[in-house]
Design a binder for this molecule. Structure first.
Ligand code: GTP
Ligand code: MG
Length: 342
């Protein structure tokens, strides 16, 4: 506009710059081709895909033909063609062990705040994996979730991933006050830290599933590097009661975990899930505590860690399953500052 005076204009510009700066606080990941460029995807189809959370190539490449067919109202064979095209544009398929090794160089490791805990995990909570912590109430599953939500925002050199966090809270135990304490301990800007944690309260298992499905849209935009589901099983356990519904529950759980695993892999991010335990009364030797969720969960988690309370603020973490690390046990503590070495 002509009559806008120079000062106002400058102020406007600086506002825009500030907004840009805020949005660009984190480095944006590499651009991938837009979905409009997939052969067979016209503007109308692209619109439908975007509306339903399939607005990026990876989402389409990893979708099933039935999903795409239903969303776009196209036949399954055409849907298959669209998926195949997206896959070839993303260059998916087999790769050599050397390629895999090279890619592992991109793996991020988020520090827990305790050196011994990090060492137990080969450097920290690893991206491109699902990491499960299970343990009784008060064993620090949620405390670790809070600490990771802070630490993911640290620069990579300081044990972070320079990214934001998506927090699916199923037990309504997310506490911003706790985040503030942990951020202050690290002399980080608490408001900025809180504004990079996107909390979704899940009211039942279907809602939980939906929140994770919707994550796809946010990951790139907000540079999410950590997805937390605290806790994974509580809604599933109360929504599906009785033996008759168990198969149904496990099927839903399987799909849910599959979605999480796809996100971890496609976007090189950490998925942290917490889990409850049950007592196995028929076990004669050893610790009778066992994670709930059955085989489905056992196979989906890349790393499984068993947490226990010890005297005072001392806590025990035991690595019980990992693809490449020896099992082991370490001590750490929870203080006002968060997770720390003994
Ligand atoms: P459930 O969700 O109930 O299964 O337990 P959880 O494993 O998630 O436990 P959570 O992480 O909530 O741990 C709670 C415990 O952490 C408390 O009992 C305290 O011992 C400890 N804790 C929480 N906040 C603080 C704090 O500010 N200082 C100290 N020293 N300890 C804390
Ligand atoms: Mg908890």
């Amino acid at each position: 506009m002509e009559n806008i005076n120079e000062e106002e204009k400058q102020e406007d510009d600086s506002k825009i710059n500030e907004k840009d700066k805020k949005e660009n606080d984190f480095k944006k990941p590499e651009e991938e081709p837009s979905i409009d460029s997939i052969p067979g995807v016209g503007p109308k189809t692209a619109e439908k895909l975007k509306e339903t959370g399939y607005g990026n190539m990876m989402a389409i490449a990893t979708a099933s033909a039935a999903e795409i067919s239903a969303i776009c109202e196209i036949g399954v064979p055409t849907a298959n063609k669209v998926i195949a095209a997206a896959r070839s544009m993303l260059n998916m398929g087999y790769e050599t062990g050397l390629d895999v090794l090279e890619k592992r160089g991109d793996i991020l490791k988020i520090s827990t705040g305790s050196n011994s805990f990090d060492e137990l995990l080969g450097g920290g909570f690893e991206s491109s994996s699902i990491i499960e912590c299970y343990g009784a109430f008060g064993s620090a599953k949620t405390q670790i979730a809070h600490q990771l939500a802070v630490n993911v925002q640290l620069p990579i050199e300081q044990g972070g991933a320079n990214g934001a966090c998506l927090y699916v809270d199923t037990e309504h135990t997310f506490r911003p006050e706790r985040i503030i304490e942990m951020a202050r301990a690290k002399e980080m800007d608490e408001k900025k830290i809180l504004s990079n944690i996107y909390v979704g309260k899940a009211y039942n298992s279907d809602h939980q599933i939906l929140l994770v499905e919707k994550a796809k849209d946010m990951i790139k935009e907000k540079n999410i590097k950590l997805i937390i589901v605290d806790s994974l099983m509580s809604h599933f356990r109360s929504d599906y009661i009785g033996r008759g519904s168990l198969a149904n529950r496990q099927q839903k759980l399987n799909t849910h975990l599959h979605t999480l695993s796809k996100l971890a892999d496609a976007f090189n991010l950490v998925v942290y899930i917490t889990n409850q335990v049950m007592s196995k009364p028929d076990m004669l030797f050893g610790d009778p505590t066992q994670a709930v969720g059955g085989h489905v969960l056992h196979h989906a988690a890349t790393f499984r860690i068993y947490l226990r309370k010890s005297k005072g603020d001392t806590r025990v973490a035991k690595l019980v399953d990992s693809p490449n690390l020896p099992d082991g046990e370490i001590l750490y503590k929870i203080t006002t500052n968060g997770v720390e070495d003994m």
